[in-house]
Design a protein around this ligand. Structure first.
Ligand code: HEM
Length: 486
């Protein structure tokens, strides 16, 4: 009898704890989706009925006609922002109140979390100042030949014969090769590219318990860190620490190199404040890890979707080819930074791919000071998270005519601010945006000039579904494309 009472009491305590926030949105008078205990609104994500991207898109559609919608990321009430004016406030105008992603840095328990993406406050600001010069035109200019070399190295496999290739593998190898060579300055080899692909995949491709651990780390970092959960498995952490140590050791010869990591090392060495210097030096593995991570899966996904869209739209391929040939004066390579800048139509093609298939489909920001949302009664408190549904806004017919159509020419005209956000907006936007654009242009121009491409419809669907085990938008099925040398 006593055992039954104790069990019942325990059940009530656990249930109360797991549902403690469930009336949060009701009390604020904000329309919301009814949550489940613990899982909140992500139950279908955990039973793999849908991806997080699809869930967010569903909430957006369900809340048509409202400016805001309350959801529960696990047990955390999160405000879904639907209107573009407020999106611009959060990302740009009122950035000072939303400068955090709420991810938490922990030097001891999660060393790779010491990176610019996770950082907040002063440390983030200083890191951004130090890292930004590496993405300026002068530095990017010198990376162009190195990136072209990576594209050729990975893609020479096409040879003289018509080939049907699975482009997911090729795209991963290209993105990893850019990180290994032009960014890190390591000698390119199959072994090192394979090792990078393996470790980057382990960070993004999460299944079973690992998926729960990652969601905990993202949405309730305090609890995750107390439970010993890190942002990546231990093996991956060791890999990145080891690579950075080796690269640093190899730089003690005083030779100045052209790669990206040189920028980080020299900017840290140039600091006069010793405390700051040691802090940022300790963050080096984390900073490098986030470059690798931020640059790998996003670029890979964009390249796969680009090839898929191009293979289905021959008219777009032709127009892009004409532009590329004109810019290069009929040559088949030897790109320069200025050539790439002139490839405006190709840029529109990539933008249209990113509009329809943004790799990161929702951005979280955590309010850092009491904030009344303009033209509303909603007052956010410090610690309240908001989420911006990027994919949904970018495919909303309110902002884009026939949004499901792949039409690069829509970027000929200016786009309403806040409706096209693949790299986010404002002071915390993507640091690697220009590098990413550059590498995508180089590899796509290289492929279009040298090959006719078409979809292998026997093995590849016309519409690609999201992969439920990836943290960012990645296609579920393999993507097979015919490459015929021109
Ligand atoms: C197509 C490729 C890429 C896309 C679509 C992309 C997208 C994004 C987005 C949306 C954010 C901001 C997320 C948020 O606001 O919560 C971001 C941040 C960031 N990205 Fe990228 N990214 C790409 C490639 C790269 C590359 C190649 C690098 C570096 C090598 C990079 C480095 C970063 C860094 C360091 C941040 C954090 C910036 C900060 O917090 O101050 N990204 N990226």
């Amino acid at each position: 009898m006593l055992t039954s009472i104790l069990l019942a009491a325990l059940f009530v305590i656990i249930y109360t704890f797991l549902t403690i926030n469930h009336d949060y949105w009701q009390k604020k008078g904000i329309p919301y989706r009814k949550p489940y205990p613990f899982f909140g609104n992500l139950f279908r994500v955990f039973i793999k009925k849908e991806t997080y991207q699809m869930a967010l898109h569903r909430f957006y559609k369900e809340s048509e006609g409202h400016r805001f919608f309350g959801i529960f990321n696990l047990m955390i009430p999160t405000l879904l922002i639907r209107d573009v004016k407020t999106i611009n406030h959060v990302l740009k105008t009122d950035f000072s109140r939303f400068s955090s992603r709420g991810l938490m840095v922990d030097y001891k328990r999660d060393p790779l979390s010491v990176n610019i993406f996770f950082m907040d406050g002063h440390l983030w600001k200083r890191s951004r100042e130090l890292l930004r010069p590496g993405f300026k035109a002068g530095r990017l200019r010198s990376l162009v030949p190195l990136i072209e070399k990576s594209a050729k190295l990975v893609f020479e496999e096409g040879g003289e014969q018509r080939k049907c290739l699975e482009v997911k593998e090729f795209s991963k190898r290209f993105s990893a090769a850019v990180i290994v060579g032009p960014v890190l300055g390591l000698e390119l080899s199959d072994a090192i590219v394979d090792a990078f692909v393996k470790h980057m995949e382990s960070a993004f491709n999460v299944q079973g318990w690992q998926a729960i651990a990652v969601f905990l780390r993202l949405f309730v970092p305090k609890i995750a860190l107390a439970l010993g959960i890190k942002c990546v498995p231990q093996e991956t952490e060791d890999f990145f620490k080891d690579v950075v140590e080796k690269v640093k050791a190899g730089r003690e010869d005083g030779v100045i190199r052209e790669d990206y990591i040189e920028t980080i090392i020299s900017s840290i060495n140039g600091l006069s404040d010793h405390y700051e210097k040691s802090l940022l030096d300790a963050a080096m593995s984390g900073q490098f890890f986030i470059f690798a991570l931020g640059g790998f899966e996003t670029t890979t996904s964009t390249l796969i979707y680009s090839l898929h869209e191009l293979a289905r739209h021959q008219d777009v391929c032709e127009e892009a080819r004409l532009e590329i040939s004109r810019v290069l004066g009929g040559r088949r390579g030897g790109f320069t930074y200025d050539h790439l800048k002139e490839m405006v139509y190709l840029e529109n093609v990539i933008n249209e791919v990113l509009r329809l298939h943004p790799p990161i489909t929702g951005y979280t920001r955590v309010c850092t000071a009491t904030y009344r949302i303009p033209d509303s009664d909603i007052v956010l408190q410090p610690g309240d998270p908001v989420i911006i549904p990027v994919l949904s806004v970018q495919t909303d017919s309110k902002y884009f005519d026939q949004p499901e159509e792949f039409r690069p020419s829509r970027f000929d005209k200016p786009i309403v601010e806040g409706t096209f956000l693949p790299f986010a907006l404002g002071p915390r936007n993507c640091l690697g945006m220009r590098l990413a654009m550059m590498q995508l242009k180089i590899v796509l121009a290289h492929i279009l000039l040298n090959f006719d491409i078409s979809l292998d419809i026997t093995r590849t669907p016309e519409k690609l579904e999201f992969h439920p085990e990836y943290l960012i938008a990645a296609p579920l099925t393999d993507v097979w494309i015919n490459f015929t040398p021109r």
